[in-house]
Design a protein. Structure first.
Length: 73
């Protein structure tokens, strides 16, 4: 099955962010705020990309704990 152009561009964007993160890590170290920023952006993009492929019936609801009770959304 051929990848859609959108998915290809998403993967390219993640790879671009990864390269930027590694460049900044070499210059500033892994604990620098800019490196952490790129790491968070990569995580967000990766999670969004995985969400595009997740079957909708796999997770019918999410359960969030609250102080008083469990809230099903």
């Amino acid at each position: 099955m051929e990848k859609s152009v959108y998915l290809y561009l998403q993967e390219e964007h993640i790879e671009f962010l990864r390269k930027k993160m590694m460049e900044e890590a070499e210059m500033h170290g892994f604990q620098h705020p800019l490196v952490l920023y790129y790491s968070q952006k990569i995580d967000q993009e990766h999670n969004r990309l995985l969400g595009l492929h997740a079957p909708k019936d796999l997770f019918p609801s999410k359960i969030y704990p609250t102080r008083k009770n469990w809230q099903i959304v």
